[in-house]
Ligand binder design. Structure first.
Ligand code: NAD
Ligand code: DAU
Length: 352
C-alpha cells in the first residue's frame, strides 16, 4: 500500500507514541498526523525527539467531536488511519464506564463515518486500521490461548467498549466494503507507560518506598509484550494485511502478577543498590479488581506464519531496560505523577 498521509490517533499515549516514532523515522515519504486530545494519558513529552521532523504534525482534537473529525478528514485528505486513541485503563472503566463508551465506541464510529464519506470514491485505495486488545476475548482458565477465532466475551466496561468498537469496524467492512484491519494485542510494557498500570506503578512505588498493591492473591496471568515489538507488528500488519483481516499479537510470555512483581523487585534492588529482598517487603495484597479476568494468553501463530513477525526481546531483558528508562527519566515520571494523578491514586487505592 502506498499511503502518503496517515492519521495516527492517540499518538501522544503510551503505544501510540512508539507507533508515531516508528512511522515518522522509517517512512520519510509519509506525512504522519498525530491526532490526540491530550487527556491525562496523552503527553507530548513522549515525542520530543521527533516533533521537529518535516513529516510530522500534531493536531489536538477529540474523536468524540464528529464535526471536528469530519473537518479534519476534509482538510487533510488522509490515505489511511491507524486508530489507537482510547480510554485504556480497566480500573478507570469500572469507576466511569460512560467515558469509555464515548471515546472507545462513539469516537471510533465518528472516525469510521468520516472515512466512509471521505473515501467513497474507491474504498480499496484507503485503509482503516483499528488497534484493539486481547481483553475482548474474555478470560482463560489454566490452559488454552486466544486465537483470531475465539468468541468475544468481554467482562469489564473497558473490554466491552473495545469489543463494541471492533464490531463496528467489522460492520463497516462488511456493509460498505471499506478496507478495515484489526489487531488484538496482549499487555504491553516499556518506556512511556503511564504509571496507573501495574508495571510502571510498581516501579514508581518501589522507587519511593511505597506499598506495591497486588489485587487479590496475585494469581492472575498476563501475557507481556515489549511495546516496540507491538509497534513493529502494527507496521507489518498495516502494510501487508488483506482488507477485512484480523491478527492477534502477543509475546508468548505469560507471568503471574506476583511472580512478575518479585522479578521486578529483584531488578529494582540491584539498580537502586538495595540489599536483595528489600523491595519485596513492599508487596501488599489488596482488595481484588471487580470482574478480574484470570488469565490472558495470545496465540500469534497467524501473524508469525503469514507475515513473519516474531517478538524480539526476552522479558527479563525488556523489564530491565524498562526499569533503566524510568530511573533515567525521573522528570517524566515526576511530571505525570503530580496533581491529578495523586487524586486518582487516592481514590483508587485508599479504600482497598
Ligand atoms: P494510553 O491510555 O496510554 O493512550 C491513549 C491516548 O489516546 C492518549 O494519548 C490520549 O490522550 C488519547 N485519547 C484519549 N481519548 C481521546 C479522544 N477522545 N480523542 C483523541 N485522543 C484521545 O493507551 P495505550 O496503552 O497506549 O493504548 C493505545 C491503544 O492500544 C488503545 O486503543 C488500547 O485499547 C490498545 N491496547 C493497549 C494495550 C496495552 O497494554 N496498553 C494492549 C493492547 C491494546
Ligand atoms: O491485555 C491488554 C490490556 O492490558 C490492554 O487492553 C489495556 O489497555 C491495558 O491497561 C492492560 O490491561 P490490564 O488490566 O491487564 O493491565 P493493568 O496494568 O491494569 O493490570 C495488569 C494486572 O495487574 C491485572 O491482573 C491487574 C493487576 N494489578 C493492576 C494494578 C494497576 C494489580 O495487581 N495491582 C495494580 O495496582
Amino acid at each position: 500500500m502506498s499511503s502518503k498521509t496517515i492519521i495516527i490517533t492517540g499518538g501522544a499515549g503510551f503505544i501510540g507514541s512508539h507507533v508515531v516514532r516508528r512511522f515518522v523515522n522509517n517512512y520519510p515519504d509519509y506525512q504522519i498526523i498525530n491526532l490526540d486530545k491530550l487527556t491525562y494519558a496523552g503527553n507530548l513529552e513522549n515525542l520530543r525527539d521527533i516533533e521537529h521532523k518535516p513529516n510530522y504534525t500534531f493536531v489536538k482534537g477529540d474523536i468524540v467531536d464528529a464535526a471536528f473529525i469530519n473537518g479534519l478528514f476534509a482538510a487533510e485528505k488522509p490515505d489511511a488511519i491507524i486508530h489507537l486513541a482510547a480510554e485504556s485503563h480497566v480500573d478507570r472503566s469500572i469507576t466511569n464506564p460512560t467515558e469509555f463508551v464515548m471515546t472507545n465506541v462513539v469516537g471510533t464510529v465518528n472516525l469510521l463515518n468520516a472515512a466512509r464519506e471521505a473515501w467513497k470514491d474507491d474504498y480499496s485505495k484507503y485503509r482503516f486500521y483499528h488497534v484493539s486488545t486481547d481483553e475482548v476475548y474474555g478470560a482463560l482458565g489454566e490452559t488454552g490461548m486466544f486465537t483470531e477465532a475465539t468468541k468475544y466475551d468481554p467482562h469489564s466496561p473497558y473490554s466491552a467498549s473495545k469489543a463494541s468498537s471492533d464490531h463496528f469496524v467489522r460492520a463497516y467492512h462488511d456493509t460498505y466494503k471499506m478496507d478495515c484491519v484489526i489487531s488484538n494485542c496482549s499487555n504491553n510494557y516499556g518506556a512511556n507507560h503511564f504509571p496507573e498500570k501495574l508495571i510502571p506503578l510498581s516501579i514508581n512505588n518501589i522507587k519511593n518506598n511505597k506499598p506495591i498493591p497486588i489485587y487479590g492473591k496475585g494469581e492472575n496471568v498476563r501475557d507481556w509484550l515489549w511495546v516496540e515489538d507491538h509497534a513493529r507488528a502494527i507496521d507489518v500488519i498495516f502494510h501487508n494485511a488483506k482488507a477485512g483481516d484480523t491478527y492477534n499479537i502477543g509475546g508468548h510470555n505469560e507471568w503471574k502478577n506476583i511472580d512478575l512483581i518479585r522479578l521486578l523487585c529483584k531488578i529494582m534492588d540491584k539498580k537502586l543498590g538495595r540489599e536483595e529482598g528489600t523491595s519485596e517487603k513492599l508487596i501488599t495484597y489488596v482488595t481484588d479488581r471487580a470482574g478480574h479476568d484470570l488469565r490472558y494468553a495470545i496465540d500469534s501463530a497467524k501473524l508469525q506464519k503469514e507475515l513473519g513477525w516474531t517478538p524480539s526481546l526476552q522479558f527479563e531483558e525488556g523489564l530491565e531496560k524498562t526499569v533503566d528508562w524510568y530511573l533515567q527519566n525521573e522528570e517524566w515520571l515526576e511530571n505525570v505523577t503530580s496533581g491529578e494523578y495523586m487524586k486518582y491514586y487516592e481514590n483508587q487505592y485508599a479504600t482497598r
